[in-house]
Design a protein around this ligand. Structure first.
Ligand code: ADP
Ligand code: ASP
Ligand code: MG
Length: 404
């Protein structure tokens, strides 16, 4: 049995017309293959469900919250199947517990542990297309869990990996670009990109693929591509192990993330063990801290410590740190939401100097202040005021000549 795994994101199922357009792509693939389709919620639906839930509590009970925010995907799967059957394509929608897709126990950023393929295979014998909801699964306590924003990409790669199939992600742009094509008009489509670079771009905010989907594809060697659901005949981007077409470029792309928040603890006693008393409870709370900046006072007794984290975790992190105040020993806690992170990514940076200098010069010339800097072998990230995000990305894209 030849199986193809396709995934359609929110805008590709966001309206009746979009569902019909995506159905015709599914129909084409189903002529020569059995097709498993992973769907997102209709565009805007997950946001609507999140806002609804949060209008009752800032920190909703995780079980109820996942029950609420996971429903959008079920609706798109059912609607798509109703339409496919109406045009004589034999299909069936499944809920995640019917597959089942088993996940770890935690909520809101659960991880897929395994997918039972037997039931799907049985269903594929009597159906041509199966619709599977992305973004969710079921844990060992039979609770519905969700995988974090953008998680349908990860669901799709996990299904593809379980079937040793390729995975095609259909979205609202033609592929992966040198930066967000909706922000920089002359961004260039990248025909082929290595897992490593894609992983870096995704983890720094290029939301065209969820980071964990790339991680999983890399680990399982899943053939992964990104294509347009609006112009399905256009070639997209292939994410692969093979040499990237970008190998000769120093910088291959620029990512940005507005999904950041910063917490500053002032007058923290500068003593051994204090970092672990701050970051230990956060990590226990399943909160990933990203950039960390520490300034020690002149007498060396105190430090001010700032760090960034996903905006969605801010309330939870503040609650934890306030609870731990006496054990950590800080004077004041502040937080801010109006920051964003810009990252310049490229494997070529390993062997080229001057990448950082171009970044500093470009931002300096445009009077954009840098709050925090972090670097790795293939990436430089900076934190800036979020009102300058678009300008910074546009100027940097030009400065690194990515439009050429
Ligand atoms: P979907 O709903 O299909 O999952 P997403 O909105 O999650 O789609 O991801 C697609 C969006 O990612 C694009 O519309 C684009 O604005 C954004 N994006 C950010 N960076 C990039 C990039 N480097 N290449 C392509 N798209 C990008
Ligand atoms: N619907 C979920 C979200 O908006 C998952 C996804 O679209 O990938 O985050
Ligand atoms: Mg997405």
């Amino acid at each position: 049995m030849k199986v193809k795994v396709l995934k359609f994101g929110g805008t590709s199922v966001g309206t009746i017309e979009a569902i019909k357009r995506s159905a015709s792509i599914i129909s084409n693939w189903s002529k020569k293959n059995k097709v498993i389709v992973v769907l997102s919620a209709m565009a805007g639906e997950t946001d609507r469900l999140i806002n609804l839930s949060k209008s009752f509590s800032k920190t909703p009970n995780p079980i109820d919250y996942d029950n609420a925010i996971s429903t959008g995907e079920n609706v798109s799967c059912a609607l798509m199947s109703i339409y496919l059957n109406s045009i004589k394509i034999k299909s069936k929608s499944l809920l995640s517990w019917q597959v089942p897709i088993h996940t770890s126990n935690e909520h809101m950023k659960s991880r897929i542990l395994n997918i039972e393929v037997d039931k799907i295979l049985k269903e594929l014998k009597v159906n041509d297309v199966l619709l599977v909801p992305g973004f969710q699964g079921i844990n060992s306590k039979y609770e519905i869990t969700t995988l974090g924003r953008g998680g349908s990409d990860t669901s799709a790669v996990a299904v593809a990996a379980a079937f040793n199939s390729e995975c095609i992600i259909y979205t609202d742009v033609e592929g992966v670009y040198t930066t967000d094509p909706n922000l920089v008009k002359n961004a260039k489509k990248i025909p082929q990109i290595s897992y490593e670079e894609m992983l870096e771009l995704a983890s720094q905010g290029a939301k065209v693929l969820q980071t964990r989907s790339v991680e999983l594809a890399m680990r399982k060697k899943t053939k992964l591509s990104v294509r347009s659901s609006i112009k399905p005949n256009k070639s997209g981007t292939l994410v692969t192990e093979e040499n990237s077409t970008l190998e000769n470029n120093t910088v291959s792309g620029i990512a940005y993330s507005k999904d950041e928040a910063k917490i500053t603890l002032s007058k923290v006693l500068d003593k051994p063990g204090v970092s672990s008393r701050i970051f230990g409870p956060l990590s226990k709370g399943n909160i990933n801290v990203d950039m960390i900046l520490q300034n020690v006072s002149q007498d060396g007794k105190y430090a001010n410590l700032s760090f960034t984290l996903p905006r969605g975790d801010l309330e939870k992190a503040l609650k934890i740190l306030k609870k731990e105040k006496s054990s950590i020993g800080y004077r004041k806690i502040n937080s801010s939401n109006n920051i964003s992170k810009i990252s310049v990514v490229g494997v070529g940076m390993r062997s080229h100097a001057g990448v950082a200098q171009t970044l500093f010069e470009t931002l300096g010339n445009n009077k954009i202040n840098i709050q925090v800097i972090t670097t790795s072998e293939i990436k430089i990230s900076i934190l800036i005021d979020d009102q300058f995000t678009d300008l910074a990305v546009q100027k940097l894209h030009h400065a690194y000549k990515l439009h050429k």
